[in-house]
Design a protein around this ligand. Structure first.
Ligand SMILES: O=C(O)C(=O)C[C@]1(C(=O)O)C=C[C@@H](O)C=C1
Length: 294
């Protein structure tokens, strides 16, 4: 019988944090790098990939808005798993520039990574232009491809190895506990039962408040979950992009859609006049931090 290959789109190039996350869950499958988050997501909605792995939230910087907004406005996809990945950022340069790394003229990385290292960059490289790249590995590759430029990149250890760069300062993120949450998106609803995924299920819902702008609407919505003792692990708002003050809410619930209380909760939300877009019920795959050197 012919074996089918699972095609997994991710934010590349190779050795991005997203690649590490995708490889953790889909090791041995066909991992396909894309240059931007929307391109990776569209690979699934246009049937060029079965899954897309994209970042959605970072412990230091919060939501990855591009992913959240794409899921709300642009595509009809489901979350089928989440991956928690420890994040350790390093400053790296082309070996040609290693002796003069403190004199770099610009520092390149993904905006999330630059923000995670804000204090380090502020105190050590004040005034040096920070250049946004499509990913940390994209920045590392650029530094490798341009030995003539006096630049540094911020990224992970695997990117330094992959692109032959020298790490000149390690663990430069401002807070030690740094983790990013990635989601695995698919056209088909249903959790991925991959080995290593945890026991507990959770669900993500996107909720539009009732149109009548009534006072206490958010309180009413929260109480739908509260009295049923459905624990919320996250609530966040994002602009609907229809006018100032128009927001939708993204809610993570510590229960699957089959939970006896969830059906009633969904019915009550509808009765309150909310429009709910369920993004799926899924499990967590957790990548353990690499043991620290020295
Ligand atoms: O640039 C990368 O390496 C990515 O995979 C993207 C990304 C992100 O968008 O949050 C992922 C993890 C880190 O938080 C920094 C950047």
């Amino acid at each position: 019988m012919e074996e089918t290959v699972t095609r997994v789109a991710y934010l590349g190039p190779e050795a991005s944090f997203t690649h590490l996350a995708a490889d953790g869950l889909f090791h041995g499958d066909w991992l396909m790098p894309y240059t931007t988050i929307p391109e990776a997501i569209e690979a699934v909605s246009e049937d060029r990939a079965d899954y897309a792995v994209v970042p959605i939230e970072n412990a230091l910087e919060g939501a990855v808005s591009l992913t959240v907004d794409y899921l709300y406005h642009e595509v009809e996809l489901y979350i089928t798993a989440e991956i928690l990945q420890p994040i350790d950022q390093h400053l790296m340069v082309n070996p040609v520039q290693a002796d003069r790394w403190e004199e770099v003229e610009s520092i390149h990385s993904h905006p999330q990574a630059l923000a995670q290292c804000h204090k380090f960059l502020h105190y050590r490289f004040r005034g040096v232009p920070l250049i946004q790249a499509t990913s940390t590995s994209g920045a590392a590759k650029y530094a490798a491809d341009h030995p003539e430029l006096r630049i540094a990149a911020i990224g992970n250890r695997f990117a330094a190895e992959k692109y032959g760069l020298k790490i000149v300062q390690d663990s430069i993120n401002d807070f030690h506990f740094n983790r990013t949450r990635f989601v695995v998106l698919s056209k088909r609803e249903g959790e991925i039962g991959k080995p290593g995924c945890g026991e507990k299920v959770k669900s993500t819902l996107m909720i539009n408040l009732p149109k009548d702008n009534r006072s206490g609407a958010l309180h009413q919505i929260l109480s739908v979950f509260a009295w049923r003792r459905l624990n919320l692990t996250k609530i966040e708002s994002r602009p609907m992009k229809t006018g100032l003050g128009d927001y939708f809410f993204i809610v993570d619930v510590d229960a699957g859609k089959e939970h006896p209380m969830m059906k009633g909760a969904m019915e009550e939300l509808a009765a309150l006049g909310c429009v709910v877009k369920p993004l799926g019920t899924y499990r967590t795959y957790e990548i353990k931090p690499a043991p620290r050197e020295n």
